[in-house]
Write a protein of this length. Structure first.
Length: 201
């Protein structure tokens, strides 16, 4: 678990990055585009940033909730949401502290955010039969220089193992193409159909 001081430093870094990017929002994540038609709402976008995935999914008719620590990111999202006349619920919060609701979501999305202490809360936040879509960097990414902090890098096989009590629908790991090549683990998995079969926080 990060100290409050580390979390605050991260928040300032992300605020600065989002302010410098202005209203530029990247394209939605390819896995989200590929799975969009099969996803059920409401969708929780964990550490969803300025909403490249949330906006896309809301445009496809899904109710989307975004949590992120960066107010600057959520301000960009709010402007886009207004412009496109979409309804997206956004919460500025530190996920190290913020409790996720239980048995609430049809889909939980995590793109390029790793907080190991959140794995069990993500599972419990899903309704039975709900899907988790998760992508984050693996330790080989250090070869590209960023990120290099082990707290932000999955070990090989770690993501698959973390969701081994879920039904695995898709998994890949290694040097993967997205907008640029990166060492990633990518998982789509389904929560079992009872509320008491997954580890709870
Ligand atoms: C690499 S970005 C990914 C953003 C988004 N998922 C995407 O794919 O565009 C990581 C995000 O994590 C957020 N973040 C970092 N630490 C956080 C924390 N403790 N609580 C909530 N969000 C956090 C940052 O503000 C940033 O938006």
């Amino acid at each position: 678990m990060k100290t409050p001081a580390n979390v605050y430093t991260d928040k300032l870094k992300w605020d600065d990055r989002y302010r410098r990017a202005g209203d530029t929002i990247g394209p939605p994540w390819p896995l989200v585009v590929r799975w969009a038609a099969k996803l059920a709402g409401p969708v929780l976008d964990v550490a969803g940033g300025s909403g490249r995935n949330a906006l896309f999914l809301a445009e496809h008719g899904l109710e989307v909730h975004v949590i992120d620590i960066s107010l600057a990111a959520l301000q960009v999202l709010a402007r886009q949401r207004r412009e496109r006349q979409l309804q997206i619920f956004a919460v500025a919060a530190d996920l190290e502290q913020f409790p996720l609701p239980r048995c609430r979501y049809g889909t939980v999305l995590v793109v390029r955010y790793l907080q190991r202490s959140l794995f069990s809360a993500i599972k419990a936040a899903l309704r039975p039969g709900g899907l988790v879509l998760y992508e984050s960097f693996i330790e080989d990414q250090k070869a590209f220089g960023h990120p290099s902090n082990p707290a932000h890098l999955l070990r090989r096989g770690e993501l698959k193992h973390a969701f081994s009590d879920f039904e695995l629908l898709e998994y890949e790991e290694g040097l993967l193409e997205d907008t640029t090549p990166a060492y990633l683990a990518r998982l789509v998995a389904r929560r079992p159909f009872t509320c008491d079969t997954v580890a709870t926080p």
